[in-house]
Each structure stands twice: as C-alpha cells, then as structure tokens.
Design a protein around this ligand. Structure first.
Ligand SMILES: Nc1ncnc2c1ncn2[C@@H]1O[C@H](COP(=O)(O)OP(=O)(O)O)[C@@H](O)[C@H]1O
Ligand SMILES: [Mg+2]
Length: 319
C-alpha cells in the first residue's frame, strides 16, 4: 500500500506536478551563526541546527557558554555577526519584525510592572501584541488559569513570589498562542513545584501545536522536557540529538561514584565503566564501602565531551 503511494507520488514528482512531501516541516533553521560582541568576545562561534515543528529543543551549557546570545539572535534582539536564521521560512535577519510575529519570548532577565495587577499585566501585553480589547481580556484569563495564578488575578505583580513572577514572564510568551516559544532559562531559581508548573505549561503549549526552544542549565530539565538536546560549550554546539543519541556516544555508560576508603572526607570520585560488572569489579578490587552505580546521564555526556563536570556550575548557581 505504502509502496504504491510512494511510487505514485514519485511519478508525479518526475512529471513535475507535485513536490516531494517534506518529512516534517522545519520551524527554525540556523546556519553558521556567529556573534562577536563589540569588546571582541566570541560568544557564538558557528552554530548550525534545525528545529522541527512541534519539537521541544533544550539548549544546555554552563554559564557563559553562549546560550543567551544564541537565543537573542533567534528572537532578533541581537543581530548576528554572520550566519543566518530563518523562522517558519522567514529570514529573521532581513525581516526581524515578521519573524518576531511568530514568536513568544521569555528573556532570561526581564522586568515586570510591579504596580499592575496580574490581569492588567497580561491584558497590557496582549494589547501590545495587537489583540483587540476583548481578545486581550480572554487571552489574559486563559493564560492566568493555565499558569495556576487564578488566585492572584487581582494582586499587584510586585506582591508575588519569585516563582509566580517567573510564571508571569512565561505567560507573556504564551499570549496570543504564537507557534514558536523561545524561553531563556524559564525555570532558573524556581522551587521544584513552580518548576513542575512551568513544565506542564510548556507541555500543554506543545500539545496544541507550539514549537519550543529553551535554554537551561538543569540537565534534568533537558532530559525530561525536550525531544532533542543541543549542548553548547564555549560558543560551539558540540552535540545535538535525542538523549538516547547522546548517550550512545558514551562507550562507558555506567557511572561509579565513590569515596576514597583511605581518605573518606575527600570529595566524591567518579569513574566511568563499560558495564555494571566492571563497576562491581572496581568496587571489589578497591575495597570501596561507600559508592553508588548509576546509568550515565546527560551530565556524563557533558563531562565526556568537555572534560569538565557540569554540576560545579549548578552548585554555583544555587549558592
Ligand atoms: N553584551 C555583551 N558584551 C560582551 N560580552 C558579552 C555580552 N553578553 C554576553 N557576553 C559574553 O558572551 C559569552 C556568552 O554569554 P551568554 O550568551 O550570556 O552565555 P549563557 O547564556 O550561556 O550564560 C560570555 O563570555 C559573556 O560574558
Ligand atoms: Mg544565559
């Protein structure tokens, strides 16, 4: 059946009546993106990737890796030094206004108007997105409910907790249901329950057709929320794929964490092993008493790619 359809469409293509069906539409296409800041900092050094419609792509990397620089070029806030960005086929460098219309954006740092109530805040931004008064009211109501902020509707934004404010910023990106959401560290600094609330908001947006590009320095977030993960280090995209695709690049995919039995007060040590059995052999040979064995994770991929641990950065971010 499939073969018949395929050969039929191939015939049509040969006759020039039909274009070959694309496997899945590309939402964002980035080619050789370079950003050199005025002071000479090379923040992005040639990044290329494609994001398909309906995908959630997480960009991970430690502070200073170039994530924000990358996202701000996608959202047209920053002009690339070289390279191209297209958003649903629109050249974002040549036509930033048009490209931007397809996007909802949550910047890493953004102010809120403390004196406005939650509802006023959303209505104002909906109006700025050219929604009519009625549409704005309706969009605000929907987003407030979706974000679990109904009880805060008439509170001043200035009176909200950090987690609630962060949710407001994400809500602003959702207004008007843009097909592409670009979220720079949407959950940084949130407590676990606010983080989960944000995740479910993002998942719901995807369920109704949105494409999402977000950055995070929480590896767990990338693992759990995204379809594909791009790892940025020192301005370069050093890996891009599904978690499984990234994990198979590790030839030693078991992580043994242990304390040195001779110096138990020292830091945890890490050793990568090809198999569970090999980890056990090491434990027996070294007479380890305090240890754990785990399957490798995205953090291990990062460590293997860069030679640097990832959690160092996370500890700094929390501390
Ligand atoms: N406006 C700027 N001018 C000069 N350097 C900058 C500017 N913004 C960011 N940088 C530098 O560019 C690099 C990448 O920063 P950034 O994109 O913010 O990384 P990330 O979001 O991954 O933490 C860092 O070295 C940072 O100090
Ligand atoms: Mg950043």
């Amino acid at each position: 059946m499939t073969a018949t359809i395929e050969s039929l469409s191939q015939m049509e293509v040969r006759r020039g009546t039909l274009a070959p069906a694309p496997p899945r539409e590309i939402a964002v296409r980035v080619r050789d993106l370079i950003k050199v800041y005025r002071d000479g900092t090379e923040a992005n050094r040639g990044i290329s990737l494609e994001v398909r419609r309906g995908e959630v792509v997480a960009i991970v990397g430690p502070n200073g890796a170039g994530k924000t620089t990358f996202l701000r070029q996608l959202t047209t806030e920053l002009r690339p030094t070289a390279g191209s960005v297209s958003v649903f086929g629109v050249d974002a460098v040549a036509e930033p206004e048009r490209a931007k219309r397809a996007m909802g954006i949550t910047p890493q740092e953004a102010g809120v108007f403390e004196r406005l109530t939650v509802r006023e805040h959303f209505e104002l931004f909906a109006r700025l997105k050219h929604l009519s008064k009625r549409e704005a009211r309706e969009a605000a109501r929907e987003v407030i409910e979706e974000l679990g902020l109904s009880a805060e509707t008439n509170k001043n934004v200035g009176a909200l907790s950090g987690g609630q404010r962060r949710r407001i910023l994400i809500g602003l990106a959702l207004l008007g249901r843009p097909p592409l959401l670009v979220l720079d560290e949407p959950t940084t600094g949130l407590d676990p329950s606010s983080r989960r609330a944000v995740w479910s908001v993002i998942r719901r947006a995807v369920a109704v057709g949105a494409t999402v590009i977000l950055s995070t320095h929480y590896m767990e977030e990338a693992e759990r929320l995204s379809d594909r993960i791009g790892v940025i280090a020192a301005g370069r995209l050093i890996a891009f794929g599904t978690l499984d695709e990234l994990l198979v690049r590790l030839d030693r995919s078991y992580r043994l964490s242990y304390r040195d039995p001779i110096d138990p007060s020292s830091d945890l040590k890490i050793r990568y092993c090809a198999s569970f059995a090999q980890a056990q052999q090491h434990i027996a040979r070294e007479l380890l008493s305090e240890y754990s064995i785990a399957r490798a994770s995205l953090e291990d991929v990062y460590f293997n790619l860069t030679g640097e641990p990832f959690d160092k950065d996370e500890a700094e971010a929390i501390g």
